[in-house]
Ligand binder design. Structure first.
Ligand code: FAD
Ligand code: DHB
Length: 391
Protein backbone atom coordinates (compact mmCIF):
# COMPACT_ATOMS: atom_id res chain seq x y z
CA UNK A 1 0.00 0.00 0.00
CA UNK A 2 1.33 3.46 -0.82
CA UNK A 3 1.93 5.87 2.04
CA UNK A 4 -0.46 8.83 1.68
CA UNK A 5 0.95 12.32 1.93
CA UNK A 6 -0.57 15.75 1.42
CA UNK A 7 0.66 19.14 0.31
CA UNK A 8 -0.83 22.23 -1.35
CA UNK A 9 1.24 22.20 -4.54
CA UNK A 10 3.00 19.05 -5.78
CA UNK A 11 5.87 19.85 -8.12
CA UNK A 12 7.50 17.40 -10.53
CA UNK A 13 11.12 18.34 -11.35
CA UNK A 14 13.86 20.16 -9.42
CA UNK A 15 15.22 22.22 -12.31
CA UNK A 16 15.00 26.01 -12.38
CA UNK A 17 11.22 26.01 -12.99
CA UNK A 18 10.36 23.63 -10.13
CA UNK A 19 12.72 25.17 -7.59
CA UNK A 20 11.74 28.78 -8.34
CA UNK A 21 8.07 27.82 -8.10
CA UNK A 22 8.58 25.99 -4.81
CA UNK A 23 10.56 28.82 -3.24
CA UNK A 24 8.21 31.59 -4.39
CA UNK A 25 5.28 29.61 -2.97
CA UNK A 26 7.15 29.18 0.32
CA UNK A 27 7.70 32.95 0.49
CA UNK A 28 3.89 33.33 0.23
CA UNK A 29 3.31 30.76 2.98
CA UNK A 30 2.20 28.01 0.55
CA UNK A 31 3.42 24.48 1.11
CA UNK A 32 4.89 22.38 -1.70
CA UNK A 33 6.78 19.14 -2.27
CA UNK A 34 9.21 18.72 -5.17
CA UNK A 35 9.88 15.24 -6.57
CA UNK A 36 12.95 14.77 -8.77
CA UNK A 37 14.10 11.54 -10.38
CA UNK A 38 17.82 12.39 -10.53
CA UNK A 39 20.28 12.70 -7.64
CA UNK A 40 21.01 16.06 -6.07
CA UNK A 41 24.60 15.87 -7.29
CA UNK A 42 23.54 15.14 -10.86
CA UNK A 43 21.13 18.08 -10.99
CA UNK A 44 23.67 20.42 -9.40
CA UNK A 45 26.41 19.51 -11.87
CA UNK A 46 24.38 19.46 -15.10
CA UNK A 47 26.04 21.99 -17.42
CA UNK A 48 23.47 23.99 -19.36
CA UNK A 49 22.63 27.65 -19.73
CA UNK A 50 24.62 30.57 -18.41
CA UNK A 51 22.99 33.87 -19.39
CA UNK A 52 20.53 35.46 -16.96
CA UNK A 53 18.27 38.28 -18.08
CA UNK A 54 17.96 41.34 -15.89
CA UNK A 55 14.47 40.28 -14.78
CA UNK A 56 15.70 36.82 -13.75
CA UNK A 57 18.55 38.36 -11.75
CA UNK A 58 16.19 40.82 -10.04
CA UNK A 59 13.78 38.01 -9.14
CA UNK A 60 16.50 35.77 -7.67
CA UNK A 61 17.71 38.70 -5.56
CA UNK A 62 14.14 39.49 -4.42
CA UNK A 63 13.72 35.82 -3.47
CA UNK A 64 16.81 36.01 -1.25
CA UNK A 65 18.85 33.58 -3.36
CA UNK A 66 21.00 36.12 -5.19
CA UNK A 67 23.93 36.59 -2.78
CA UNK A 68 26.44 34.29 -4.48
CA UNK A 69 25.25 35.31 -7.94
CA UNK A 70 25.91 38.97 -7.07
CA UNK A 71 29.39 38.03 -5.81
CA UNK A 72 30.43 35.62 -8.52
CA UNK A 73 28.30 36.51 -11.56
CA UNK A 74 29.77 38.59 -14.38
CA UNK A 75 27.64 41.54 -15.43
CA UNK A 76 27.72 42.38 -19.13
CA UNK A 77 26.34 45.48 -20.76
CA UNK A 78 26.81 44.40 -24.37
CA UNK A 79 27.54 41.61 -26.86
CA UNK A 80 29.60 41.50 -29.99
CA UNK A 81 28.30 40.39 -33.37
CA UNK A 82 31.08 39.34 -35.73
CA UNK A 83 30.79 38.81 -39.47
CA UNK A 84 33.17 39.33 -42.40
CA UNK A 85 35.91 39.26 -39.74
CA UNK A 86 34.67 42.54 -38.22
CA UNK A 87 33.15 43.07 -34.80
CA UNK A 88 30.15 45.22 -33.96
CA UNK A 89 29.14 45.87 -30.37
CA UNK A 90 25.51 46.06 -29.27
CA UNK A 91 25.56 48.37 -26.26
CA UNK A 92 22.77 47.18 -23.95
CA UNK A 93 23.28 49.89 -21.36
CA UNK A 94 22.86 52.68 -23.84
CA UNK A 95 20.08 50.99 -25.84
CA UNK A 96 17.92 49.72 -22.95
CA UNK A 97 18.31 52.48 -20.39
CA UNK A 98 20.90 50.75 -18.23
CA UNK A 99 19.96 47.07 -18.36
CA UNK A 100 22.40 44.20 -18.75
CA UNK A 101 22.76 40.43 -18.44
CA UNK A 102 24.56 38.34 -15.84
CA UNK A 103 26.74 35.35 -16.65
CA UNK A 104 26.16 32.78 -13.93
CA UNK A 105 25.75 29.06 -14.62
CA UNK A 106 22.36 27.45 -14.49
CA UNK A 107 23.70 24.73 -12.20
CA UNK A 108 24.89 27.38 -9.75
CA UNK A 109 21.39 28.89 -9.76
CA UNK A 110 20.02 25.39 -9.10
CA UNK A 111 22.48 24.91 -6.21
CA UNK A 112 21.53 28.25 -4.64
CA UNK A 113 17.82 27.48 -4.96
CA UNK A 114 18.17 23.94 -3.58
CA UNK A 115 20.20 25.22 -0.62
CA UNK A 116 17.54 27.86 0.05
CA UNK A 117 14.70 25.32 -0.12
CA UNK A 118 16.43 22.94 2.22
CA UNK A 119 17.53 25.69 4.66
CA UNK A 120 13.87 26.78 4.85
CA UNK A 121 12.78 23.21 5.67
CA UNK A 122 11.41 22.70 2.16
CA UNK A 123 10.87 19.21 0.81
CA UNK A 124 12.89 18.44 -2.31
CA UNK A 125 12.93 14.68 -2.78
CA UNK A 126 15.73 13.43 -5.06
CA UNK A 127 16.08 10.00 -6.66
CA UNK A 128 12.39 9.20 -6.68
CA UNK A 129 11.23 6.60 -9.19
CA UNK A 130 8.16 5.86 -11.27
CA UNK A 131 6.63 9.35 -11.01
CA UNK A 132 3.10 9.62 -12.41
CA UNK A 133 0.40 12.30 -12.18
CA UNK A 134 -3.34 11.60 -11.76
CA UNK A 135 -6.79 13.12 -11.23
CA UNK A 136 -5.81 16.66 -12.21
CA UNK A 137 -9.14 17.14 -13.99
CA UNK A 138 -10.73 17.04 -10.52
CA UNK A 139 -10.15 18.90 -7.25
CA UNK A 140 -7.64 16.46 -5.71
CA UNK A 141 -4.78 15.73 -8.07
CA UNK A 142 -2.23 13.13 -7.07
CA UNK A 143 1.42 12.42 -7.70
CA UNK A 144 2.50 8.80 -7.25
CA UNK A 145 6.14 7.79 -6.91
CA UNK A 146 8.49 5.38 -5.18
CA UNK A 147 11.41 6.28 -2.98
CA UNK A 148 13.81 3.76 -1.47
CA UNK A 149 11.48 0.99 -2.55
CA UNK A 150 8.43 2.47 -0.81
CA UNK A 151 5.41 3.68 -2.82
CA UNK A 152 3.86 7.08 -2.00
CA UNK A 153 0.75 8.95 -3.07
CA UNK A 154 0.95 12.71 -2.66
CA UNK A 155 -2.45 14.40 -2.79
CA UNK A 156 -2.36 18.09 -3.63
CA UNK A 157 -4.53 21.03 -4.70
CA UNK A 158 -2.44 21.66 -7.82
CA UNK A 159 0.42 20.06 -9.74
CA UNK A 160 3.33 22.02 -11.20
CA UNK A 161 4.62 20.09 -14.22
CA UNK A 162 8.23 21.34 -14.15
CA UNK A 163 9.84 18.15 -15.41
CA UNK A 164 11.48 19.40 -18.58
CA UNK A 165 10.95 18.39 -22.18
CA UNK A 166 11.24 14.63 -21.58
CA UNK A 167 9.16 14.57 -18.41
CA UNK A 168 5.92 12.74 -17.64
CA UNK A 169 3.54 15.65 -17.06
CA UNK A 170 2.93 16.87 -20.60
CA UNK A 171 2.37 13.33 -21.99
CA UNK A 172 -0.16 12.72 -19.18
CA UNK A 173 -2.54 15.34 -20.55
CA UNK A 174 -5.34 13.49 -22.38
CA UNK A 175 -4.96 13.30 -26.13
CA UNK A 176 -6.56 16.08 -28.10
CA UNK A 177 -6.20 18.72 -25.38
CA UNK A 178 -2.81 20.13 -26.33
CA UNK A 179 -1.75 21.53 -29.66
CA UNK A 180 1.96 21.09 -30.23
CA UNK A 181 4.00 23.35 -32.49
CA UNK A 182 7.43 22.14 -33.43
CA UNK A 183 10.38 22.93 -35.62
CA UNK A 184 13.51 20.82 -35.69
CA UNK A 185 16.58 22.57 -37.07
CA UNK A 186 18.99 20.82 -39.42
CA UNK A 187 21.98 21.52 -37.19
CA UNK A 188 23.25 21.20 -33.64
CA UNK A 189 25.73 22.92 -31.35
CA UNK A 190 29.00 21.36 -30.28
CA UNK A 191 29.68 22.99 -26.91
CA UNK A 192 32.85 22.92 -24.83
CA UNK A 193 33.89 24.13 -21.41
CA UNK A 194 37.58 25.04 -21.38
CA UNK A 195 39.96 26.01 -18.65
CA UNK A 196 40.99 29.16 -20.47
CA UNK A 197 40.45 32.79 -19.48
CA UNK A 198 37.75 34.13 -21.84
CA UNK A 199 39.35 35.86 -24.83
CA UNK A 200 36.76 38.62 -24.69
CA UNK A 201 35.05 40.41 -21.84
CA UNK A 202 31.69 40.04 -23.60
CA UNK A 203 30.01 37.28 -25.60
CA UNK A 204 30.86 37.07 -29.29
CA UNK A 205 28.30 35.69 -31.76
CA UNK A 206 29.88 34.96 -35.14
CA UNK A 207 28.39 34.32 -38.53
CA UNK A 208 30.90 32.53 -40.74
CA UNK A 209 30.83 30.68 -44.06
CA UNK A 210 31.63 27.49 -42.17
CA UNK A 211 28.77 28.06 -39.71
CA UNK A 212 27.92 29.88 -36.53
CA UNK A 213 30.28 30.08 -33.52
CA UNK A 214 29.82 31.58 -30.07
CA UNK A 215 32.29 32.57 -27.43
CA UNK A 216 30.82 32.70 -23.95
CA UNK A 217 32.20 32.12 -20.49
CA UNK A 218 31.35 30.91 -17.02
CA UNK A 219 33.96 32.64 -14.87
CA UNK A 220 37.11 34.67 -15.36
CA UNK A 221 39.01 31.37 -15.76
CA UNK A 222 36.50 29.25 -17.71
CA UNK A 223 35.41 29.76 -21.32
CA UNK A 224 32.28 28.23 -22.85
CA UNK A 225 32.40 27.93 -26.64
CA UNK A 226 30.01 26.60 -29.26
CA UNK A 227 30.27 25.59 -32.92
CA UNK A 228 27.35 24.97 -35.25
CA UNK A 229 27.59 21.35 -36.37
CA UNK A 230 25.47 18.55 -37.84
CA UNK A 231 22.51 17.58 -35.61
CA UNK A 232 23.87 14.04 -35.22
CA UNK A 233 27.53 15.05 -34.96
CA UNK A 234 29.71 12.42 -33.30
CA UNK A 235 31.67 14.08 -30.48
CA UNK A 236 34.38 11.44 -30.78
CA UNK A 237 35.16 12.80 -34.26
CA UNK A 238 36.12 16.10 -32.66
CA UNK A 239 39.48 15.79 -30.90
CA UNK A 240 40.47 18.89 -28.94
CA UNK A 241 42.89 20.19 -31.61
CA UNK A 242 40.19 20.05 -34.29
CA UNK A 243 37.77 22.00 -32.08
CA UNK A 244 40.31 24.73 -31.39
CA UNK A 245 41.27 24.94 -35.04
CA UNK A 246 37.65 25.37 -36.09
CA UNK A 247 37.04 27.97 -33.38
CA UNK A 248 40.12 29.92 -34.49
CA UNK A 249 38.85 29.91 -38.08
CA UNK A 250 35.27 30.92 -37.38
CA UNK A 251 35.98 33.49 -34.68
CA UNK A 252 38.97 35.12 -36.43
CA UNK A 253 39.12 38.91 -36.42
CA UNK A 254 41.97 41.29 -36.95
CA UNK A 255 44.02 42.03 -33.86
CA UNK A 256 42.13 39.45 -31.78
CA UNK A 257 43.44 36.18 -30.35
CA UNK A 258 41.53 33.19 -29.06
CA UNK A 259 43.00 31.80 -25.84
CA UNK A 260 43.15 28.00 -25.68
CA UNK A 261 43.18 25.77 -22.62
CA UNK A 262 42.38 22.21 -21.53
CA UNK A 263 38.87 21.15 -22.58
CA UNK A 264 36.96 20.06 -19.47
CA UNK A 265 33.74 18.92 -21.11
CA UNK A 266 32.22 18.62 -24.57
CA UNK A 267 28.83 17.64 -25.98
CA UNK A 268 26.41 18.11 -28.85
CA UNK A 269 22.99 19.68 -28.36
CA UNK A 270 20.29 19.21 -30.98
CA UNK A 271 18.24 22.26 -31.79
CA UNK A 272 14.52 22.58 -31.93
CA UNK A 273 11.67 24.89 -31.12
CA UNK A 274 8.57 23.51 -29.45
CA UNK A 275 5.46 24.98 -27.85
CA UNK A 276 2.51 23.11 -26.30
CA UNK A 277 -0.73 25.06 -25.98
CA UNK A 278 -2.40 25.55 -23.60
CA UNK A 279 0.15 25.18 -20.81
CA UNK A 280 -2.50 23.96 -18.37
CA UNK A 281 -5.21 21.38 -18.08
CA UNK A 282 -7.47 21.22 -15.06
CA UNK A 283 -5.19 21.53 -12.05
CA UNK A 284 -2.00 20.59 -13.88
CA UNK A 285 0.16 23.53 -14.91
CA UNK A 286 3.19 23.08 -17.16
CA UNK A 287 6.14 25.43 -16.63
CA UNK A 288 9.49 25.74 -18.38
CA UNK A 289 10.84 23.16 -20.82
CA UNK A 290 7.91 20.80 -20.18
CA UNK A 291 5.79 23.27 -22.16
CA UNK A 292 8.27 24.81 -24.58
CA UNK A 293 11.84 24.77 -25.78
CA UNK A 294 13.73 27.38 -27.73
CA UNK A 295 16.94 27.01 -29.71
CA UNK A 296 19.83 28.15 -27.49
CA UNK A 297 20.88 31.07 -29.69
CA UNK A 298 18.93 33.67 -27.76
CA UNK A 299 19.99 32.19 -24.36
CA UNK A 300 16.37 32.16 -23.22
CA UNK A 301 15.40 28.66 -22.01
CA UNK A 302 16.25 29.17 -18.37
CA UNK A 303 14.83 32.69 -18.35
CA UNK A 304 11.53 31.50 -19.81
CA UNK A 305 11.30 28.75 -17.19
CA UNK A 306 11.78 31.31 -14.42
CA UNK A 307 9.20 33.65 -16.00
CA UNK A 308 6.57 30.86 -16.13
CA UNK A 309 7.15 29.92 -12.51
CA UNK A 310 6.83 33.49 -11.40
CA UNK A 311 3.50 33.85 -13.20
CA UNK A 312 2.25 30.55 -11.78
CA UNK A 313 3.35 31.35 -8.22
CA UNK A 314 1.56 34.68 -8.34
CA UNK A 315 -1.62 33.07 -9.67
CA UNK A 316 -1.55 30.36 -6.99
CA UNK A 317 -0.86 32.92 -4.24
CA UNK A 318 -3.82 34.95 -5.44
CA UNK A 319 -6.03 31.86 -5.42
CA UNK A 320 -5.04 30.91 -1.86
CA UNK A 321 -5.44 34.51 -0.64
CA UNK A 322 -8.75 35.35 -2.31
CA UNK A 323 -10.29 32.16 -3.70
CA UNK A 324 -10.32 33.77 -7.16
CA UNK A 325 -9.02 31.77 -10.08
CA UNK A 326 -8.88 34.33 -12.87
CA UNK A 327 -5.07 34.52 -12.74
CA UNK A 328 -4.86 30.73 -12.79
CA UNK A 329 -7.28 30.60 -15.72
CA UNK A 330 -5.15 33.13 -17.60
CA UNK A 331 -1.81 31.46 -16.76
CA UNK A 332 -1.24 29.91 -20.15
CA UNK A 333 -2.20 33.01 -22.09
CA UNK A 334 0.06 35.23 -19.99
CA UNK A 335 3.04 32.89 -20.43
CA UNK A 336 2.53 32.20 -24.12
CA UNK A 337 2.81 35.84 -25.11
CA UNK A 338 6.41 35.89 -23.86
CA UNK A 339 7.09 32.38 -25.19
CA UNK A 340 6.11 33.28 -28.75
CA UNK A 341 8.04 36.53 -28.61
CA UNK A 342 11.10 34.56 -27.61
CA UNK A 343 10.51 32.03 -30.40
CA UNK A 344 10.42 34.97 -32.78
CA UNK A 345 13.74 36.15 -31.42
CA UNK A 346 15.45 33.06 -32.79
CA UNK A 347 18.43 34.27 -34.51
CA UNK A 348 19.95 35.33 -37.75
CA UNK A 349 23.32 33.73 -37.32
CA UNK A 350 23.02 30.09 -38.35
CA UNK A 351 23.79 28.81 -41.81
CA UNK A 352 21.09 26.49 -43.12
CA UNK A 353 22.36 23.53 -45.19
CA UNK A 354 19.91 24.28 -48.01
CA UNK A 355 20.53 28.03 -48.21
CA UNK A 356 21.58 29.52 -51.52
CA UNK A 357 23.79 32.54 -52.27
CA UNK A 358 20.71 34.77 -52.21
CA UNK A 359 19.82 33.64 -48.67
CA UNK A 360 23.36 34.32 -47.56
CA UNK A 361 23.40 37.84 -49.00
CA UNK A 362 20.05 38.58 -47.36
CA UNK A 363 21.28 37.26 -44.02
CA UNK A 364 24.40 39.41 -44.18
CA UNK A 365 22.27 42.44 -45.06
CA UNK A 366 20.20 41.72 -41.97
CA UNK A 367 23.33 41.67 -39.83
CA UNK A 368 24.51 44.88 -41.45
CA UNK A 369 21.15 46.47 -40.62
CA UNK A 370 21.01 45.23 -37.05
CA UNK A 371 24.49 46.58 -36.33
CA UNK A 372 24.13 49.94 -38.10
CA UNK A 373 20.57 51.06 -37.37
CA UNK A 374 19.90 52.29 -33.84
CA UNK A 375 16.29 51.14 -34.06
CA UNK A 376 17.31 47.61 -35.05
CA UNK A 377 20.11 47.44 -32.45
CA UNK A 378 17.68 48.63 -29.82
CA UNK A 379 15.20 45.92 -30.74
CA UNK A 380 17.90 43.27 -30.45
CA UNK A 381 19.11 44.70 -27.14
CA UNK A 382 15.67 44.83 -25.53
CA UNK A 383 14.98 41.23 -26.52
CA UNK A 384 18.37 40.07 -25.30
CA UNK A 385 18.21 41.65 -21.83
CA UNK A 386 14.60 40.39 -21.55
CA UNK A 387 11.29 41.82 -22.68
CA UNK A 388 9.43 43.98 -20.21
CA UNK A 389 6.22 41.98 -20.30
CA UNK A 390 3.72 41.05 -17.67
CA UNK A 391 5.00 38.26 -15.43
P1 FAD B 1 14.93 21.25 -16.56
O1 FAD B 1 16.10 22.07 -16.19
O2 FAD B 1 15.08 20.24 -17.63
O3 FAD B 1 14.42 20.55 -15.24
C1 FAD B 1 13.49 19.51 -15.24
C2 FAD B 1 13.78 18.59 -14.09
O4 FAD B 1 12.81 17.56 -14.05
C3 FAD B 1 15.13 17.91 -14.23
O5 FAD B 1 15.87 18.07 -13.06
C4 FAD B 1 14.78 16.46 -14.53
O6 FAD B 1 15.75 15.58 -14.02
C5 FAD B 1 13.46 16.33 -13.82
N1 FAD B 1 12.61 15.27 -14.34
C6 FAD B 1 12.43 14.89 -15.63
N2 FAD B 1 11.57 13.89 -15.72
C7 FAD B 1 11.16 13.62 -14.46
C8 FAD B 1 10.29 12.67 -13.91
N3 FAD B 1 9.65 11.80 -14.68
N4 FAD B 1 10.12 12.67 -12.59
C9 FAD B 1 10.76 13.54 -11.79
N5 FAD B 1 11.62 14.46 -12.25
C10 FAD B 1 11.81 14.50 -13.59
N6 FAD B 1 19.22 27.50 -22.28
C11 FAD B 1 19.83 28.66 -22.44
O7 FAD B 1 19.19 29.68 -22.21
N7 FAD B 1 21.16 28.72 -22.83
C12 FAD B 1 21.89 27.58 -23.00
O8 FAD B 1 23.07 27.63 -23.31
C13 FAD B 1 21.28 26.33 -22.84
N8 FAD B 1 21.97 25.20 -23.00
C14 FAD B 1 21.32 24.02 -22.83
C15 FAD B 1 22.03 22.85 -23.01
C16 FAD B 1 21.38 21.62 -22.86
C17 FAD B 1 22.14 20.34 -23.05
C18 FAD B 1 20.00 21.60 -22.55
C19 FAD B 1 19.27 20.29 -22.40
C20 FAD B 1 19.32 22.77 -22.35
C21 FAD B 1 19.96 23.99 -22.49
N9 FAD B 1 19.29 25.19 -22.32
C22 FAD B 1 19.91 26.35 -22.47
C23 FAD B 1 17.92 25.24 -21.93
C24 FAD B 1 17.77 25.44 -20.43
O9 FAD B 1 18.78 24.75 -19.76
C25 FAD B 1 16.40 24.96 -20.05
O10 FAD B 1 15.48 25.78 -20.74
C26 FAD B 1 16.12 24.99 -18.56
O11 FAD B 1 16.85 23.96 -17.93
C27 FAD B 1 14.63 24.80 -18.31
O12 FAD B 1 14.41 24.59 -16.95
P2 FAD B 1 13.27 23.60 -16.47
O13 FAD B 1 13.28 23.67 -14.99
O14 FAD B 1 12.03 23.89 -17.19
O15 FAD B 1 13.70 22.16 -16.98
C1 DHB C 1 25.44 30.66 -23.69
C2 DHB C 1 24.54 29.90 -24.38
C3 DHB C 1 23.76 30.50 -25.33
O1 DHB C 1 22.86 29.78 -25.98
C4 DHB C 1 23.89 31.82 -25.63
O2 DHB C 1 23.12 32.35 -26.60
C5 DHB C 1 24.79 32.57 -24.94
C6 DHB C 1 25.58 31.98 -23.97
C7 DHB C 1 26.26 30.01 -22.66
O3 DHB C 1 26.11 28.82 -22.44
O4 DHB C 1 27.09 30.70 -22.05
Amino acid sequence: MPISLRTQVGIVGAGPAGLVLSHLLHLQGIDSVVVENRSRQYVEERVRAGVLEQGTVDLLVEMGVGERMKREGLIHYGVELRFHGHSHRIDFKDLTGGKGITIYSQHEVVKDLTDARIAAGGQVLFEVEGVSVHDFEGAKPKIRYRKDGQAYELTCDFIGGCDGFHGVCRPSVPEGVLTEYERVYPFGWLGILAEAPPSSEELIYTYHDRGFALLSMRTEQISRLYLQCKPDEEVSLWPDEKIWQELHTRLAAEGWELTEGPILQKGVTRMSSFVAEPMQHGRLFLAGDSAHIVPPTGAKGLNLAVADSRILARALADFYATGRHDLLDGYSQTCLRRVWNVQRFSWLLHRFPDENPFDRRRQLAELDYVTSSRAASQSLAENYVGLAMEW
